[in-house]
Design a protein around this ligand. Structure first.
Ligand SMILES: [Zn+2]
Ligand SMILES: [Zn+2]
Length: 728
């Protein structure tokens, strides 16, 4: 193919460096084209860039330097350039940050790295030992395929030296092969699991959209265990059959092990993976193969959305309501919303799957923007029975959190050899450490937050900045000795109570901070699923789709926690979390029960959880938000200003507030500046402003113009969050 720009032509290059414009370069020897990834000189360095079009030529041509090299990777497609531009506009992110997000793989400019592979040779060894013939058998069985030394030795059950010996005799050939190999082809012809009528109907609905090869979004709603995964894997199969690529986003890597096994079952091989748990080499391979079409199915975390797919035909966002899809640092975006955007730009079908959909997705389905498919029948099990425990009527001893009613229910499970889960969404031992002499509560030195006791670590920890310190012997305020006391429960304290109440039970605590790695957590989850614990104590980590077949009782320790946040989604999140956790009970052949402890069982959210009437709950929530003009019925933009200097950050916030003309022009209202709910993090004082506008208002353009009026002092950081999810 002829290059668009001949050697020496001016081209405009977008780089990953924080520069607010495209830079002109001369096309290199051999020319280059729009979309080519290039290495360009910038000052004394070489930086990564992408050719964005013709150069502007408004700079002294004598000083323009040539492009250093065109990288040997698939060029960025027009669709991807459009996607990055649209996300940048939507989230008010500078383009260089978008390019960084889209190129987060190491060594893209390196020549392809090689590795040794082994293949059947011509020679026949004179002496054929058992080990040697096993190696040759493996190679013959796999008809000419090449293996790495480790793969071949493992398959044949021999040591590497046996293979090397055969190489010396010419019976096996040693060759160099590029390391970034295509992923194994997934066999979409393999029959899937037998589907129920409801599943088959939903699968047919999804496959129809995939076959048409056009954009469409479907909300796939189904209770825990209703077989959502089987259903959307049918859509993946159809997508692969059409020769297009599929992407499945999962909210948490700890979930991938179970999912990988299901993909292997279904397609006879594993997918490409993209998340923090893979090696750098594997990251580069995944990035390159997505671009070359050598990866049919990618599963990954939210940033997989920015992989350079050659022809993406299907995007699945599993557990679409999950908060972790919102990226809160750097480029602030919602992976769920951006998945819909990407799907619309590359003619892909988007599937949003959840048992407890977000109000946004539910409302879009109701408005007819999304198709909606419901899986009603629970696959192979019944829904758990749900009951509240009215804590006002229980004789729970002081300093304890498990009511007598819940205790009896756990005892009954222990007698039957079944598992019970105690759910409390609070890490650590106790949320507050109080001095009984002077009333002082131990806080973080750098944040406006209390330190949480982590008894397993024997330290106090700040959950905002991660700072830890040893538990003091004396009160830092009044010096009293031995008067510091924990107040309130965390999961570690629950473990203590459980050990006292049920001394013979085996107890496991599942909390993200107790595991050094995702792998360790995965192993623990598998062990528990296999019956290694009688009582599980867990934070929201347990709400996320882990399958515990022996679990028949879920006790929600404090359902009131989170009901009264300042957050507009507090009710929605409580509903989702408790419904998801309760859904863990009774997945296999044993019916489950969920007991929900509350001091206000008459609260409408608790009532909605118990009745399982999600539609009524969402309707009531939607009506409230519509009346208040908040998302999804209005637009919000959150602005957080932070600086080590409290006076400076307030002055700047007040000055911004005075210059609100660009906001008033679109009919938007500005709230603040006000101290953020957490007024100091890592020594930085935080001030919030909130912009509220009508649904159709061009909020991004107005906010960009408004915030762009003032140059921030060097120390002051401005973070703009369009459609904020959290308000801390
Ligand atoms: Zn004190
Ligand atoms: Zn802190």
């Amino acid at each position: 193919m002829r290059a668009e720009f001949a050697a020496g032509d001016l081209v405009a290059v977008l780089t990953t460096q924080p520069i607010d414009r495209l830079l002109d370069y001369k096309a290199p020897e051999g020319g280059c084209s729009t979309g080519d990834y290039v290495q360009v000189p910038l000052g004394p360095r070489q930086v990564l860039g992408c050719v964005w079009g013709a150069g502007r030529g408004d700079f002294d041509p004598g000083k323009i330097r040539p492009v250093h090299a065109v990288l040997d990777v698939a060029p960025m497609r027009a669709e991807m350039r459009q996607f990055l531009t649209r996300v940048a506009d939507y989230t008010l992110t500078p383009m260089p940050a978008m390019l960084r997000l889209a190129t987060r793989a190491p060594g893209l400019g390196d020549p392809p790295s090689m590795r040794k592979v082994y293949r059947l040779g011509q020679g026949v060894p004179e002496r054929l030992t058992g080990a040697r013939s096993r190696v040759l058998d493996v190679l013959r069985d796999h008809g000419g395929l090449a293996f790495t030394l480790k793969e071949l030795a493992d398959l044949a059950g021999v040591s590497g030296s046996v293979v090397k010996g055969l190489v010396a005799l010419g019976a096996v050939n040693e060759e160099q092969s590029p390391r970034d190999m295509p992923y194994p082809t997934l066999d979409h012809m393999r029959p899937g699991k037998a589907l129920t009528e409801s599943q088959a109907a939903a699968a047919a609905g999804l496959c129809e959209g995939v076959e048409e090869g056009v954009y469409g979004t479907t909300l796939l709603k189904g209770v825990t265990g209703s077989g959502k995964t089987e259903v959307y894997l049918e859509a993946v199969a159809r997508c692969l059959a059409m020769g297009r690529q599929a992407l499945v986003l999962l909210p948490e890597i700890a979930l991938t092990a179970e999912f990988l096994a299901r993909v292997r079952d279904r397609f006879g091989a594993g997918p490409a993976e993209w998340h923090s748990g893979i090696t750098m080499t594997e990251r580069r391979r995944c990035w390159k193969m997505a671009g070359e079409g050598g990866a049919g199915l990618v599963i990954g975390a939210r940033s997989a959305l920015y992989l350079p797919f050659r022809d993406l035909g299907l995007i699945v966002v599993d557990e679409e309501h999950d908060q972790s899809y919102k990226q809160e640092d750097g480029v602030v975006y919602s992976a769920r919303d951006m998945a819909v955007l990407r799907g619309s730009l590359c003619s892909a079908q988007v599937v949003l799957a959840s048992a407890t959909p977000s109000l946004e997705s539910w409302a879009n389905a109701r408005a007819g923007k999304y198709q909606r498919l419901d899986l009603d029948a629970r696959y192979g099990a019944v829904m758990p029975r749900m009951r509240t425990i009215d804590m006002r009527a229980e004789q729970t001893p002081a300093g304890r959190w498990i009511s007598p009613t819940l205790q009896r229910a756990v005892e009954a499970r222990l007698e039957r050899g079944e598992q019970a889960l105690m759910f409390l969404n609070r890490r650590g031992y106790a949320p507050v450490t109080l001095c009984r002499a002077c009333g002082h509560q131990i806080g973080c030195d750098h944040c406006d937050a209390r330190m949480v006791e982590h008894r397993f670590l024997k330290r106090l920890m700040c959950h905002q900045c991660g700072e830890t310190k040893p538990m003091p012997e004396t009160c830092p305020e009044c010096g009293a000795e031995g008067r510091l006391a924990p107040v309130g429960p965390g999961v570690e304290r629950m473990a203590e109570e459980v050990a006292e109440l049920f001394p013979d039970a085996r107890v496991a605590v599942l909390s993200s901070d107790l595991f050094a790695s995702a792998r360790a957590l995965k192993e623990q989850i598998l062990a528990i699923a296999g019956g290694a614990a009688d009582i599980i104590i867990g934070t929201q980590l347990v709400a996320k789709g882990h399958n515990f077949p022996l679990l028949t009782l879920v006790g929600v320790i404090d359902a009131d926690l989170g009901l009264h946040g300042s957050d507009l989604r507090a009710a929605e999140r409580t509903f989702q979390l408790i419904s998801q956790v309760s859904g863990r009970a009774g997945r296999a052949d044993k019916p489950g029960e969920a007991l929900v402890q509350s001091y206000q069982p008459e609260h409408p959210v608790i009532g909605a959880i118990l009745s399982g009437d999600q539609e009524s709950f969402l309707k009531a929530e939607a009506a409230e938000r519509e009346a208040a003009g908040v998302p999804p019925f209005g637009r919000l933009a959150g602005i957080v200003l932070s600086s080590p200097d409290m006076g400076e950050v307030f002055d700047f916030g007040n000055e911004l507030a005075r210059r609100d003309a660009p906001l008033r022009r679109i009919g938007a209202r500005l709230y603040g500046p006000a101290p953020a709910p957490i007024a100091r993090i890592r020594g930085r004082h935080r001030v919030r402003l909130l912009v509220k506008a009508d649904k159709g208002a061009p909020i991004q353009a107005a906010v960009a113009e408004w915030a762009g009026q003032l140059k921030a002092p060097a120390n002051l950081r401005i973070q703009i969050d369009i459609d904020p999810q959290s308000f801390y």
